[in-house]
Design a protein around this ligand. Structure first.
Ligand code: BES
Ligand code: ZN
Ligand code: ZN
Length: 460
């Protein structure tokens, strides 16, 4: 399936530049096989075999590359990413062994966000050859999913509003012959009252909506995927300070993850009945904005007192989770940039995972470790649910004691997930503040491949 422009291609004996891999420990031994001139060249480049070091070795009229990795016999997803970022354009192949998991990093390292500016770097593509034809398709699919999350998150709110998320979902549905339908306006107000309330202050063009996509065999186990699609989070009337608002174009990161995961599932024709739900709004400020102290009646019937208009994500997710639960799915997965507290607890690398069932959590954690996409579990500790008590409604959307914010947000969502349904919730940052090899600064997929591999094991 790979086309001739792909950055990873099957090795059919094409001409290629060898890449040797060494570790800090194996470098000295390996270098014994080099000429004095070659060793001198590497010394001049300060190459010592450390992780992510890249060296160029002259070889007669030609040259080859050497990369430092932790263990040349077992490559992680990111081991070749620095090579893919820094080598000159050309076609490469490992001198020994196969890239395996590192195919992914080769591809994601060459991601660029070019919507508003062409790549300033003039280097052409670096292509990697591999014997592992099946590995190519899997790596390219996962890298494309990651690229999709990055593109959607990096795009500013004006160009990635609810209407644009709708267009992205429609395009995805068309690509995979799924059914897509979108609820807006009066019907949204009636059927998804909290989505409507949060989004109603936005301009007409950015009007709130609930996007639903259905795909797959109706008799297969049903999996619902829900993503928080807040195209911009000003905080609402409880307005955020400028520094906290600056990055809030990324508040649709959960929706980006949900769309990308749906794409992986449909692309691999996983044996599930997929139900994707994206509630999408701009949390804007205007005369008709919902207010602190208002009481909203949710789709499920529970009344919600608004303690803080900035806790908007849980409101729109609540109505979507109710809708997902109505179909009695085998599993509900939601992704959301839900709380600053999750970021404080775990930092930007690790998305917080919440789960009702230990086995499901363990399966995601194990898959994440195996595929270099780690997630960390935080508790849904029942005793904290009482902090959400309201004086006049069934629940508040906010608690004020400052403790365990990510867990309390999860407990709020739990009220809207049908009894007994297997449910996992990701509170993710969806953003990489500092680049790492293969992972540029900006929008980022976190936990996406952990879930994807868990789903493949569960339903594949
Ligand atoms: N979108 C934010 C959460 C967020 C903030 C994620 C910063 C990543 C970085 C969410 O809607 C929000 O504002 N949450 C509030 C909740 C509070 C008002 C209960 C928060 O975390 O401060
Ligand atoms: Zn908010
Ligand atoms: Zn938000």
């Amino acid at each position: 399936m790979t086309d001739k422009h792909a950055l990873i291609q099957p090795d059919r004996g094409q001409k290629s530049i060898p890449i040797h891999l060494v570790s800090k420990d194996s470098f000295a031994d390996w270098a014994k096989g080099l000429t004095n001139a070659q060793r001198a060249a590497l010394e001049g480049q300060k190459f010592t075999g450390g992780g992510y070091e890249v060296g160029i070795v002259p070889d007669g009229e030609n040259w080859f590359a050497v990369g430092g990795v932790a263990n040349p016999a077992s490559l992680s997803s990111w081991c070749l990413a620095k090579l893919a970022e820094t080598l000159p354009a050309g076609t490469y192949a490992l001198a020994q062994g196969d890239p395996g998991k590192a195919l992914l990093g080769w591809q994601t390292a060459q991601y660029r966000f070019t919507r508003y500016r062409q790549d300033s770097e003039q280097t052409g593509p670096r292509i990697l050859l591999t014997q592992d034809a099946k590995g190519i398709d899997a790596a390219l699919a996962e890298a494309a999913a990651i690229g999709k999350v990055r593109d959607l998150v990096n795009t500013p709110a004006e160009d990635m509003g609810p209407a644009d998320l709708e267009a992205a979902a429609e395009a995805l549905a068309k690509e995979h012959r799924a059914d897509c339908h979108v609820v807006r306006g009066d019907v949204l107000q009636r059927d998804y009252p909290m989505v409507h309330a949060v989004g109603r202050a936005a301009s007409r063009h950015h009007a709130p909506r609930l996007i639903e996509l259905i795909w797959g065999d109706p008799k297969a186990p049903r999996v619902a995927i829900v993503g928080k699609g807040v195209s911009f989070d000003s905080g609402g009337l409880d307005i955020k300070p400028a520094s906290a608002m600056l990055l809030m174009k990324k508040d649709m990161g959960g929706a980006a993850h949900a769309l990308a995961l749906a794409g992986l599932i449909m692309g691999a024709a996983l044996n599930v009945r997929l139900h994707l739900l994206v509630p999408t709004v701009e949390n804007a400020i205007a005369g008709n904005a919902f207010r602190p102290g208002d009481v909203l009646r949710s789709r499920q019937g529970l009344t919600v007192e608004i303690g803080n208009t900035d806790a908007e994500g849980r409101l729109i997710l609540a109505d979507a989770l109710t809708r997902a639960s109505e179909e009695k799915p085998d599993l509900i997965i939601d992704f959301a940039t839900l709380t600053g507290a999750a970021r404080v607890a775990l930092g930007p690398d690790l998305p917080a995972l919440f789960a009702r069932r230990d086995e499901t959590a363990d399966a995601v954690i194990t898959a994440g470790r195996a595929h270099d996409d780690e997630v960390w579990r935080l508790p849904l500790h029942d005793a904290y649910a009482e902090w959400l008590k309201s004086d006049i409604a069934d629940t508040n959307n906010n608690h004020t004691n400052g403790f365990a914010g990510a867990s309390v947000a999860g407990l709020f969502l739990d009220k809207f997930v049908g009894d007994g349904i297997d449910w996992i919730h990701f509170d993710t940052y969806a953003w990489r503040p500092v680049a790492k090899p293969g992972r540029p600064k900006g929008g980022e997929a976190l936990g996406l491949r952990a879930v994807w591999h868990m789903l493949q094991a569960r339903y594949g």
